[in-house]
Ligand binder design. Structure first.
Ligand SMILES: C[C@H](O)[C@@H](O)[C@@H](O)C(=O)CO
Ligand SMILES: [Mn+2]
Length: 593
């Protein structure tokens, strides 16, 4: 993924500015604390391309406003997109605080008692709250000796989660969402709203007409050598399955072969449109070589493209996966049906985890009774209470979604740098490509079919756009579920056996939407959802608060919620309402609607 240089993490060692003893006694200790945090971040966190996260530390401790200003200048020069203030002692809050309104910020006040680091933490957070510059507060549970340079586990977790989410915010800033085509079948999420991307995510919306695909395919505006390589790889790795079309809608072998060829061309063209390709410049296509600086995109597909041309299943499946004919690499985020809101959700999930994201229709709630009626079998599972949700895209999903990768023997989706070659093979083997259903896709194409292995901890989200409110987020942690073969088959054949299926059981806590799996579906805000690997609802909550996007449904336990300290001033009895009030008060991160 050819993204511009990634933003760094700016570390601000603040200090008591009083010379004549106090400051001198603290200089080395304070700088050591900053260096320890920088080492932790570089050791534990990666950028989406797998390279270690870089930190930039202020040239001196910050004891007053001049040093604070010098640090801000350095952070601007060095492209620091996240701000982390650390200190073991008292400092002068309003004189040393970071006042950049657009950079996610946190403060770690060392919990020692020889010097009042925690008192500064509270004081400077009060300043942030008073000035409308919300900041995250990090304070260790246990008192540490002044000489203790260890970063305790609870502080470490908050530091790393803050930086993960802060970098997601910073990396999105200035990038594009590329709308490939327009509104798909009247899906509201594909009525792309530039203001949402600009004001909440600091991004821009780029748009291309679908004729750009037709034109590039017809004129051969893609790398011919890569095309041949990709087509050969597809023939060797993408097995074709049963043609479910009726005799009079079955397409000929030759037609399907040409649909494979077009599908591969479309994948190359979509990627080139997103991030550019220097090879195109060598072909005399200098403007096309630029791409649209897109970190996420959507493909309109249905309709009208798919009335005349092959569907985008192969394009979307392979670009969203962590591998292709060139080997393992970061996914390219592409939303089916140009559902830009789901595309934003996929982008969040990828930036938080660096793993592929499953795009799916939230198609059906299957109660245990309905499962028994449809399959003749009664089905029970320790993680299933009243029923399960059928996630199945009328399109593809990342092949990582097969669940053929593992962490500790448990199905997972991993960053590309952790995926083994054998796991890539398993993901490909677990996927069958069926000739698409002609009545849906008269232009043909191949549909992606797999079933996600059960037992994967997963988080399902949806970003919705609410008139008068702006974007709002839903989160449901849960697990993928294995159905017995015959039960799955009965339900899958009845639904659509040419598309990718994930059976999902949300974790229920008996409250609100999480009273039952039925209520989770009943409350879902749109036809699509994104599934990420892992129980990462807490990361989505932190990210949403940085972007001032309220969360109106989640099943994350209270102790895992980490938001700016100012959020507490909007209410502590009902965190959901407080979140809404805080987001309304601060407005979108990059400007009011
Ligand atoms: C049946 C339609 O063709 C599908 O595309 C539709 O079910 C959707 O995916 C809507 O999100
Ligand atoms: Mn859909």
């Amino acid at each position: 993924m050819k993204l511009s240089p990634f933003p760094k993490v700016g570390i601000r060692p603040t200090i008591d500015g009083r010379l004549g003893g106090v400051r001198e006694s603290l200089e080395e200790r304070t700088l050591q604390q900053a260096r320890a945090v920088a080492d932790l971040i570089a050791r534990e966190l990666r950028y989406p391309d797998g390279s270690p996260v870089e930190c930039v530390i202020a040239d001196s401790c910050i004891g007053g406003v001049r040093e604070a200003a010098a640090c801000a200048d350095k952070f601007r020069r060095e492209n620091a997109g996240v701000s982390l203030t650390v200190t073991p002692c008292w400092c002068y809050g309003s004189e040393t605080m970071d006042m950049d309104p657009h950079v996610p910020k946190a403060v770690w006040g060392f919990n020692g008692t020889e010097r009042p680091g925690a008192v500064y933490l509270a004081a400077v957070l009060a300043g942030h709250t008073q000035k409308g510059l919300p900041a995250f507060g990090i304070y260790g549970q246990d008192v540490q000796a002044a000489s203790d340079s260890e970063i305790p586990a609870d502080v470490r977790e908050k530091l790393l989660n803050f930086v993960r989410c802060g970098l997601a915010v910073a990396i999105m800033r200035g990038k594009s969402y590329l709308s490939m085509g327009g509104t798909s079948m009247g899906i509201a999420g594909s009525v792309v709203d530039p203001a949402m991307w600009e004001k909440w995510l600091g991004m821009r919306v780029e748009a291309i007409d679908m004729s750009e695909f037709a034109g590039r395919m017809r004129k051969g505006w893609y790398d011919p050598a890569e095309y041949e390589k990709a087509l050969a790889w597809v023939k060797a790795n993408c097995p074709e399955g049963k043609d479910y079309n009726s005799p009079d809608t079955t397409r000929s072998r030759g037609q399907i072969d040409s649909e494979w060829e077009d599908s591969v061309k479309m994948a190359l063209i979509a990627r080139d449109l997103m991030v550019g390709n220097p090879r195109l410049a060598e072909m005399g296509l200098g403007e096309q070589a630029q791409g649209h600086n897109a970190i996420a995109a959507g493909f309109q597909g249905q309709r009208q493209w798919t009335d005349h041309f092959p569907n985008g299943d192969f394009l979307e499946a392979i670009l969203n996966s962590s591998f292709d004919w060139n080997g393992k690499r970061a996914p390219y985020i592409v939303a089916t049906e140009n559902d830009a809101l789901n595309g934003a959700g996929m982008l969040f999930g990828w930036l938080l985890t660096h793993t592929a994201q499953i795009f799916a229709d939230l198609r059906t709630y299957w109660s245990s009774t309905a499962i028994e009626q449809a399959s003749g079998k009664n089905f029970s599972h320790p993680l299933v209470q009243d029923g399960i949700l059928h996630l199945i895209n009328s399109g593809p999903a990342a092949l990582d979604g097969t669940g053929e990768q593992e962490i500790g023997g448990v199905p997972a989706m991993k960053p590309f740098w952790d995926i083994t070659d054998a796991e890539v093979e398993e993901c490909l083997k677990a996927t069958i490509w069926h000739p698409s259903i002609t009545e849906y896709f008269p232009g043909g194409g191949l549909s992606t079919r797999f079933r996600t292995r059960g037992g994967m901890p997963a988080t399902m989200i949806r970003l919705n756009l609410v008139d008068g409110l702006g974007p709002a987020l839903q989160i449901a942690e849960g697990h993928t579920i294995d159905l017995p073969e015959d039960v799955h088959d009965a339900l899958d054949q009845r639904t659509n056996p040419t598309w990718p299926t994930t059976w999902f059981a949300p974790i229920l806590n008996g409250r609100g939407p999480f009273r039952s799996a039925y209520e989770v579906m009943n409350h879902w805000g749109a036809n699509h959802c994104v599934m990420s690997h892992g129980h990462i609802g807490h990361l989505y909550l932190t990210l949403a608060s940085m972007l001032r996007i309220p969360v109106y449904m989640h099943n994350v336990s209270e102790e895992r919620i980490f938001r700016p300290s100012a959020w507490r001033a909007f209410g502590t009895a009902d965190l959901e309402s407080a979140d809404f009030r805080a987001c309304a008060q601060y407005g979108p991160l990059y400007g009011n609607p």
